[in-house]
Design a protein around this ligand. Sequence first.
Ligand code: SF4
Length: 353
Amino acid sequence: MAVKLAEAAGLEKLIGSREKRIGLKPNLVVSSPAQGGATTHPEIASGLISYLKKNGFTDIVILEGSWVGDSTVRAFSACGYNALAKETGVELIDTKTDRYVTVDCKGMKIEICQSARDIDFMINLPVLKGHCQTLLTCALKNNKGLISDSEKRRFHTLGLTKPIAHLNTAVRNDFIVVDGICGDLDFEEGGNPVYGGRMFAARDPVLCDAWAAELIGFSVSEIPYIGLAEKLGAGSVGPRRIRELNQNSGASAAQSSGSLKPGGKVKELTALISGENACSACYAGLVFALSRLGRNERNRLGRISIGQGFCNKKGSVGVGQCTSGFDSFCPGCPPTGAEILSFLKGKPHYPGA
Ligand code: SF4
């Protein structure tokens, strides 16, 4: 799928000169394989490296610095990137051991690793997942792996929002491929993966995160760093032009989530769902939306039906166009998490709000 996204976007033309140094920036925040919902599937980087090599690009590196409590070296190994580097000859750069330069990021000075400054074209590979402080982590926040550990600590003392927005005025986000395969419900370190079976690409990190927020049940205004990054000129939340590839062609959520081991919270949420051949993106949107409700609110709703098995059937509450015969249903195919949440709360949804 990463190759399809690259081809659809005309990535080789976007990059241009074959002399350019290309960086791939996955999210390897912790040393835990992608099935846990925290880190970028190495197959995505692998697909892009094959595409780049086939198109004559040879100067390719992978850069990352895990969070303060973990070792990037361990993460490269545990997440499959050592094997990938061995197979492809691509260099791995641990940004924790890099030199740093202090850069003025639109009024905030931030220490950024020199290796990131040396990149001519950066491909950001974030995981779409929840975050216990910022609610969402996707493209904008993923670039935190390009700063020093002491800078990461300082970001937390500053409350993350402002420094994340400022950082993205100085780091490159030339192309973004989002791993929305099984991002965690609430925590950047994983443990509660929700199978979404989805990937998407973008060229603007602000637009990317605005869309990502809605997919997992947030409005853009709930993630303040998106609006601040836009104000600082790092991108724009709209207008959106979305081109879909392979809509609903993936396996159903039930079929695809077999290898995941979600924690108790996901199990508690899925117990409220009656799914019959639900597409993964639709099902994941409902799980994310349910997680935004309080327990009492959730329990008042009763069981919610979702999936192609409910086409032309009658019922009480349904999600997705397949349940259009129900007394009450959330339209869309698939609806976003934000649309589902508005429906469950009985409120109209305003995209991009
Ligand atoms: S509404 Fe669309 S995305 Fe959702 S289960 Fe039906 S076909 Fe799949």
